[in-house]
Design a protein around this ligand. Structure first.
Ligand code: ATP
Ligand code: MG
Length: 208
């Protein structure tokens, strides 16, 4: 059995934009897994995907994460996946972190939709070997369905997965982009300063 001195959470995502689902998930993981801190790690976009119509740039996504987590002392921004070269892979990020900090257990926090797709990710076995996955319900999946997917993934990759106990939050960035685009209010779905930032910069105004 491994012995770790530290336990750190990682919330990866495109955060386009970051919303309260991401924040509540990070806080639940912090509390339930006894984490030291949670790293919010926006994934990079390759240069040819920068400034896509109806999407935020890397800089804007990063800024929104920064604003959203600023009031929480145990949330931290990590720019590890923000490379100019573009795509980064979770397994590489985790292996880099593990080799730099061998006494730290990394808990990679995901929603159920990500767990269902997990086997299609690049090098899922290496991800399991480098971290502990922690998963929460999403899209109203039942606990039974989630447990089944957890069990299957555990068996397939010889790993142990943590289940987080959170309420289902029916929020996605995609839905919020659509609402902004159609002039509908996203107040309370994102931190107020994030909402202001989106409106002031006209993000998501243009046609998708
Ligand atoms: P998009 O609609 O653009 O896909 P998203 O809301 O799914 O955005 P992502 O940045 O893709 O957000 O998600 C990052 C991680 O957060 C994923 O593991 C995802 O499952 C999880 N997540 C996002 N929203 C929720 C939510 N409402 N409840 C639980 N998990 C969530
Ligand atoms: Mg998503």
């Amino acid at each position: 059995m491994d012995f770790y001195k530290h336990r750190i959470g990682i919330m990866g995502g495109t955060f386009d934009p970051i919303h309260i689902g991401h924040l509540i998930l990070g806080e639940a993981a912090y509390e339930q897994l006894g984490l030291e801190k949670v790293l919010y790690m926006p994934s990079g976009n390759p240069p040819h995907k920068q400034h896509r119509e109806g999407r935020a740039s890397d800089l804007q996504r990063t800024e929104m994460v920064k604003i959203a987590i600023s009031g929480n002392p145990h949330f931290e921004l990590s720019l590890m996946e923000m490379h100019e070269e573009g795509y980064t892979y979770t397994y590489r990020t985790l292996e880099t972190l593990r080799s730099k900090n061998p006494d730290t257990e990394y808990c990679f926090i995901i929603g159920a939709d990500s767990l269902f797709q997990f086997h299609t990710w690049m090098q899922p076995q290496r991800i399991c070997d480098a971290c502990t996955l922690a998963v929460a319900v999403r899209d109203n999946v039942s606990m039974a369905t989630l447990r089944k997917a957890v069990q299957e993934t555990e068996d397939r990759f010889h790993t142990t997965i943590e289940i987080l106990h959170t309420t289902n939050l029916d929020i996605s960035s995609n839905m919020l982009r659509d609402w902004v685009h159609h002039g509908r209010s996203i107040r309370y779905y994102v931190p107020e300063q994030v909402r202001e930032y989106i409106l002031q910069n006209g993000i998501y105004d243009s046609q998708k």
